[in-house]
Design a protein around this ligand. Structure first.
Ligand code: CTP
Length: 489
């Protein structure tokens, strides 16, 4: 199969042979109507068994792709590749085959209850009217024209009108739709941010009313939606809706707690929730990476628990980078983040004050070197976060701070070039330290190596082999005196 139209042709042929009517529904149809190209996730509703249809399709296309079966739900996923005219790498198409069904969550259980249904019932049990439109698969075998859409679109709930009005509305009573699957409350917020749609007022109230139901949804699925929110052009749109509906209190109370301004003797601190949302938007202007944007959302969560008013000093948040890191481990556990992502975000939270601190305290070579070595691969991301953290409302101050920040970045780049500090390690390696000092592997070798590294970072010696060896000769006796007998060769 060379194109998505050919894929639809095959599905249509199998449908005729098996006497099963097949409809393409949901996001694929929505995106055609929105003129958004490139959606390669195709949802097919089969009036009959989705799983059996997928098996027949797999046989008919001679197992060209891979079939993943979900017998408990009578659905299957088919993944195949088609050529990409714009690149050597093929395009992956993911087709979900499902029998027409009505699916809902029981009051308490996390497992959905699935029952067979007609196409109309199936569409009624979907999340939003804009996602509840369908086209018979035969009509997608050629480019879909506006006339086809006008005459053939199955649109029982006026999804097309809502799409034109940029409105997210539920096909049924919103309490039913959201209670059927509480993840949809997050999807509403995400679509609003992603597509720039508003949520119909009744649905918005219902999201607020049903917010606690999100508790039955797994951490992984919440994580996925949050990440999709982070991928939008201006993540603060979805984040603000999360806050307004109080979904944020349910899924990220640590972030919600940042809301508010306190005043003591006329001294106010800034609203840290508003600040955090601004930081995420600022990062989004500099980087596409949703994980870095998420780190921006969490960077100040330690502020609530460390806030203190000190007379003559003002509001302080001492140690919030440490408390923030600790709190974040709790979030990571709930959202089931991988270890790699957890370490990445925790590191950015821990060190986020560093670049701005450098700017304020003077940019010395040794401080810059320490930052470079501490951050390693995450240095560029920390610098993006640090720049995004400049949110002062005073325009002159902002220009000045951003300019200073860019100076800092230039200084780091210069020093990196000069020192060749990436992958930093003592140029005198452990093996050589051992043979020169006649030591076996042990703590003393480590101490000597660290002392050489510290001297380089402090600018006492350059990052070069000869200098490191000379320094070693100078300091070695002091360390050898402390070595235990078992370390000596
Ligand atoms: N759907 C639903 N309720 C959900 C998830 C999905 O009703 N909690 C329905 C919607 O009709 C949706 C379709 O299943 O359009 C496909 O779901 P999915 O692929 O997750 O979403 P898309 O709408 O395609 O959008 P995206 O890929 O951006 O999530």
């Amino acid at each position: 199969m060379k194109s998505v139209e050919e894929v639809f042709k095959k599905i249509s042929k199998v449908g005729q042979a098996e006497k099963v009517r097949v409809y393409v529904v949901g996001g694929y149809i929505r995106d055609i109507l929105l003129g958004r190209e490139g959606n390669r996730d195709i949802d097919c509703v089969c009036v009959g068994s989705g799983l059996e249809f997928a098996r027949s399709f797999d046989t008919a296309v001679k197992q060209v792709g891979s079939l993943i079966e979900f017998p408990d739900f009578d659905t299957a996923r088919y993944i195949l590749e088609i050529p990409n005219p714009k690149s050597q790498t093929p395009n992956t198409i993911v087709i979900e085959f499902a029998g027409a069904r009505a699916e809902s969550y029981d009051e308490k259980s996390r497992k959905p209850i699935v029952a067979a249904a007609t196409l109309e019932q199936d569409l009624a049990r979907r999340d939003f009217t804009v996602n509840a439109m369908a086209l018979p698969v035969e009509l997608l075998t050629k480019k879909v024209t506006p006339t086809i859409l006008k005459i053939q679109l199955i649109d029982i709930f006026d999804g097309r009108k809502d799409l034109e009005n940029r409105l997210l509305r539920t096909p049924l009573d919103p309490d039913t739709t959201f209670s059927d699957d509480p993840l949809r409350t997050l999807r509403a917020v995400r679509f609003a941010g992603q597509l720039g749609f508003s949520i119909e007022p009744g649905a918005l109230e219902s999201i607020h009313r049903n917010r606690a139901r999100i508790k039955i949804i797994s951490g992984e699925r919440i994580q996925e939606e949050l990440l999709k929110m982070m991928t939008t052009e201006k993540p603060s749109i979805a984040l603000t809706l999360l806050f307004q509906t109080k979904l944020l209190d349910e899924i990220l109370p640590e972030v919600s707690a940042l809301r508010g301004v306190e005043e003591v003797f006329g001294h106010q601190h800034k609203d840290n929730l508003v600040h955090s949302f601004m930081v995420v938007d600022n990062i989004a202007e500099q980087s596409e990476d949703p994980w870095l944007r998420l780190a921006g959302l969490f960077h100040d969560i330690g502020k609530t628990g460390t806030k203190k008013f000190i007379p003559k000093v003002g509001w302080t948040f001492h140690g919030h980078e440490h408390l923030g890191k600790k709190l974040f481990y709790g979030i990571s556990k709930r959202l089931k983040l991988s270890k790699e992502r957890t370490d990445y975000i925790a590191k950015l939270i821990r060190w986020h004050l560093q670049p701005i601190g450098l700017m304020d305290e003077g940019i010395t070579d040794s401080a810059v070197r320490r930052l470079v070595v501490t951050m390693g691969d995450e240095l560029d991301d920390l610098l993006i976060l640090g720049r995004g953290d400049i949110t002062t409302g005073n325009p002159n101050k902002k220009v000045r701070r951003l300019k200073n920040y860019d100076n800092l970045k230039n200084k780091i780049a210069e020093l990196l070039e000069k020192d060749k500090l990436s992958d930093f390690q003592s140029p005198l390696r452990g093996d050589e330290i051992m043979s020169l000092s006649k030591l076996k592997p042990g703590p003393t070798v480590g101490r000597i190596k660290s002392a050489i590294e510290e001297a380089i970072l402090d600018g006492i010696i350059p990052n070069e082999y000869e200098a490191a060896k000379g320094y070693f000769e100078k300091i070695k006796d002091k360390y050898l005196e402390q070595a235990t007998d078992w370390e000596k060769m």
